[in-house]
Design a protein around this ligand. Structure first.
Ligand SMILES: Nc1ncnc2c1ncn2[C@@H]1O[C@H](COP(=O)(O)OP(=O)(O)O)[C@@H](O)[C@H]1O
Ligand SMILES: [Mg+2]
Length: 181
């Protein structure tokens, strides 16, 4: 096998997998399990941005990511990268977007003690498919996995099966939430 090229099944070679999704959908936890299972290096992009100061400013305590600098930093990376900002970046990778029913996501973010407005912003982004829409603009191969009724372990298994072509990408529909808000 060529260096830096990973194999899931016979016809499924790739250099980089990206896991994106709204904060709280479970990227960090699921990515750890997937990376371990595939034996891939794992990059937590939110942490990378902080540690390598790949941001231009801070708005209300939130870092504004320097996208060109991050793109440059990730060029040539082989492995699994996870972070919500990745949906906005064009990378030669397969992209998995984790999805969570807005009501369940709200409960997860409350447990995280996020501020009210921050919870609403994130739940709205999820309901409006924000990350998926960007991911589809930026990646050729975009897969979705619904975490709503799955544990992190079940989600990770599903991600592996979807990447391997053994299960189809999940379809989600949060219009019900939109109509009630
Ligand atoms: N199916 C699931 N997959 C991943 N995380 C889940 C799941 N169900 C509940 N969680 C919980 O959701 C929270 C958010 O997980 P985390 O990995 O930090 O998300 P993210 O990195 O997307 O912000 C954690 O407390 C995690 O235990
Ligand atoms: Mg995270």
């Amino acid at each position: 096998m060529r260096k830096g090229v990973f194999k899931l099944s016979v016809h499924n070679y790739f250099h980089m997998i990206v896991i994106s999704g709204t904060p709280g959908t479970g990227k960090t936890q699921v990515a750890r399990l997937v990376a371990k299972s595939l034996g891939l290096p794992l990059l937590d992009v939110t942490r990378l941005v902080r540690e390598e100061r790949l941001f231009t400013s801070r708005e209300n305590g939130v870092l504004v990511v320097d996208m060109p600098a991050l793109g440059k930093r990730l060029r040539g990376f082989s492995g699994l990268a996870e972070g919500h900002v990745l949906c906005e970046l064009k990378l030669p990778a397969r992209c998995v977007v984790l999805r969570t029913d807005p009501r369940v996501l709200e409960a997860r973010l409350k447990r995280r003690k996020y501020r009210k407005q921050k919870i609403l912003d994130n739940v709205e982004s999820e309901a409006l498919d924000y990350c998926l829409i960007y991911a589809r603009e930026n990646y050729r191969d975009v897969l979705q996995v619904d975490t709503t009724r799955r544990t992190a372990e079940q989600t990770a298994r599903r991600v592996l099966r979807v990447l391997d072509g053994k299960a189809v990408s999940d379809k989600v529909d949060w219009t019900d939430w939109i109509l009630n808000h």
